[in-house]
Design a protein around this ligand. Sequence first.
Ligand code: FES
Length: 102
Amino acid sequence: MAFLPLCTTDEIEAGASLRVEPDNLPPLAIFNLDGEYFVINDTCSHGDASLCDGEIEDGEVECPWHNAKFCIKTGKALTFPAVEAQKTYLTRVVDGKVGIEV
Ligand code: FES
């Protein structure tokens, strides 16, 4: 496993998200939940929407297309029409950089 930095901590305010497109990986959504960072696949498992365009509330993100909700921490699909979880990534902060283990 190797640490892949994706952004700096100050690029995402608490309660916000950032979409990144690293090489050799699908687009990723990085979320800042009160200073804790989580990374999941950005493209909704139900369609092609970007979850970074969705509303974030209570640790959940709502897809902007058909309003499915996902748990940001676990990627679990919480409401219809999404039934498949979003892939999650082991996320760490190292020297002010948010990244994942790949
Ligand atoms: S594309 Fe996300 S719920 Fe349909």
